[in-house]
Design a binder for this molecule. Structure first.
Ligand code: PEP
Length: 252
């Protein structure tokens, strides 16, 4: 039985004060989430504030991005050990916005995943196809490459600790959600590849989250699918009430 994960990606939003109010709203608005792992990914500047408050809460903290190197001449970058030092336990890797705007490739994603494991950060690795790729029937090839190149060289132990987020790019921030059937089909496909790449045990252990315009009104049906083990939430993670609604639906 896989414990569901509900993770909020705050992107480039939330000054410290707003960040504190948001985690306070989550913590006091839902005193216990049940059997659900709840994660928030604030911007770097609010990490300290959020980590300090979340130390007394059920909420865990993720970074939104990191470099794969340990330290050195990489102006503007943050290393895995800096994130660990700031109190993060998870890291988002390969979000489609990083791939689109910052040229992140599957090879870079792979380096980052390995660096994360070396520093005891659990990677939440994002995969997903663009609308153009889906429409020209390239969905299978694109996702397959993201999995094979992104996850190459990981041990079975690392494989089983991974969290994967399937995020069709056409559904992110657009209000267009994949139907539960479309999402379940993609999740089952990813799990089948984990089976081939690692083992049946790894395929069974990995939590695969769906991301793309998840809201309290659609989360229940998505999360009731066999291979959907949680959600990576953008817009609806910025309001405590909405995020709590999604957490509750994971517990239902
Ligand atoms: C995301 O950015 O990972 C995301 C899923 O955003 P939204 O929920 O706003 O579509």
């Amino acid at each position: 039985m896989r414990t569901p994960v509900i993770a909020g990606n705050w992107k480039m939003n939330m000054h410290k004060r707003q960040a504190l109010e948001l985690v306070q709203g989550l913590h006091y608005g839902l005193t216990w989430p049940g059997e659900v792992d709840v994660i928030v990914a604030p911007p770097f500047t609010a990490l300290d504030t959020v980590v300090e408050f979340c130390a007394k809460s059920y909420i865990s903290v993720a970074g939104q991005n990191m470099h794969w190197e340990e330290s050195g001449a990489f102006t503007g970058e943050i290393s895995p050990s800096f994130l660990k030092d700031a109190g993060a336990d998870y890291i988002l890797i390969g979000h489609s916005e990083r791939r689109k705007y910052f040229g992140e490739t599957n090879e870079i994603v792979n380096k980052k995943i390995k660096a994360a494991f070396q520093h005891n950060l659990i990677p939440i690795v994002c995969f997903g196809e663009t609308l153009e790729e889906r429409e020209r029937g390239d969905f299978v090839r694109v996702i397959e490459q993201q999995i094979l190149q992104g996850l190459t060289g990981l041990t079975h132990e690392e494989g089983s600790e991974l969290i994967i987020a399937y995020e069709p790019v056409w559904a992110i921030g657009t209000g267009k959600t994949a139907t539960p059937t479309q999402a379940e089909e993609a999740h089952a496909f990813i799990r089948a590849h984990l089976f081939q790449l690692f083992s049946p045990d790894v395929a069974d252990a990995v939590r695969i989250l769906y991301g793309g315009s998840v809201k309290p009104k659609n989360s229940r049906e998505l999360l009731s699918q066999k291979n959907i083990d949680g959600a990576l939430v953008g817009g609806a993670a910025l309001k405590a009430e909405d995020f709590i609604g999604i957490i509750k639906s994971a517990n239902a």
